[in-house]
Ligand binder design. Sequence first.
Ligand code: MV4
Length: 511
Amino acid sequence: MTMRDIQKILVANRGEIAVRIIRTCKKMGISTVSVYSDADTYAPHVSMTDESVYIGASPSAESYLLMDRILEAANETGADAIHPGYGFLSENAEFARRCSDANIIFIGPSPQAIELMGDKMKAREMVESLGIPLPPGLVEPVSEKNDLEGIAQSIGYPILIKAAAGGGGKGMRIVREELELRAAVKTAASEAASAFGDSRVYIEKYLENPRHVEIQVLADNHDHYLHLYDRECSVQRRHQKVIEEAPCSILTEDLRTQMTSAALEIAKACDYTGVGTVEFLVDRHLNYYFLEMNTRLQVEHPVTEMITGLDLVEMQILVAQGRPLTITQSDIEMKGHSIECRIYAENPFEGFLPDIGSLYKHRIPSGQGVRVDSGIEEGAEVPIYYDPMISKLSVHGSDREEAIARMKVALAEYEITGCTTTIPFCEYTLNHPTFTSGKYDTHFVSQYFEKDLQEGVLDTLIDADSYDTDTIMMASLSALLSEQIQQSNSSNTLTEQQDSSRQWWSARRNS
Ligand code: MV4
């Protein structure tokens, strides 16, 4: 591996993540080039950068997704590296390859690693060969010609049909009975074909009420593999995370050791470099199952930064320069607890539909242990062309209780007028007994928030000019009345589920 110091980085992204990356570049004395579309002419990532290049019209397909234009911009400005951020071209193996062909450092893993992990079926096959648990199911594509009924029967209903080229919940379909099976495979395959240009779908056992827990990994080109602990990301709607925390409050020390070891094994098996995330599902018996690996810097990386004190973008840049990591696993301490709330321009009371508008007023909270990553300025419009996230509000506390308390203060301090935001939803959640107890799963939003909304419990919140703490508390408490807290008499040892998963995989290997 050749070492090559980076002098200038082109940031191939926009919004808060572009701002976030530029900040670290400045800290490291690296100059920056921003690219921007029509809609972003006056965006913060353009005003704070050293140089900027206009790359096209507002729609992503005419600007931030144009590989040619972005590579051209890098050449014009003499940038020696490109940071893709998240989304857009960040997990595009072809783009990573074209960067290295143009002698530009792609700040991310190798094209091979991106490609392998981008094929969710190949990734499953690899992880299965390592003996790491994953949901029972196939590692090869299914078609209507297969003995679908037989396969589904052997896995056991409910099953889940997933697209090989999918990920992040895109193109998933739950099938609860044989009657729905064939039609579901057919539609899933044709949807996958039009969405990804790849019709391959596979079948997995559908795990009910799982928690979404992920492990942050970091690797250099010198065979050093480190983990930066875990994040809990179960508060989601439409497969989009809204609230994340680090660490995950239900992991035992033993389970954390198992899951971080599994994540590192997976990273090693694909010669991973840079930062990456291995996603797992954890069931109520604390069994864990590999889901997929994300080969990018994630939106929720601040919670990991807050508990480890590390700058993940700096780590990415150092590794991309070919430097060996100077920290070792024992240097990475897990300190306190961190929570992130994503503030979206969306109406939580109308199915989280994006709410177009402007940030007529945008007054962000501050104080000890409070961090706001924002890419939109007061007075600006929230562009309709991109993800409607306004900012990420993250807090750190000495423990989970303090982090929750700090987040409630910060959310109350946050003032946005001009558009509807997810702030009241976040306040609802932070006050909800199921959340504060730490015993929540991926169905939190539909099980509690959507249900309370339907039953009129949240009427006092809707259209309220401001949300005072008492109103939120009342709503969350009345939520408690209608709720049956599911008793999960869970044991932390090997359980029936894990046994049946193991049996399934060993039967497969023997046949
Ligand atoms: C699953 C699952 C249950 N069983 N796979 C969603 C995002 C993508 N990374 C994979 N996801 C899931 N895969 C199996 N075999 C549950 C999810 C899931 C989920 C499913 C329904 C509603 C909300 C969810 C939130 C997170 C994960």
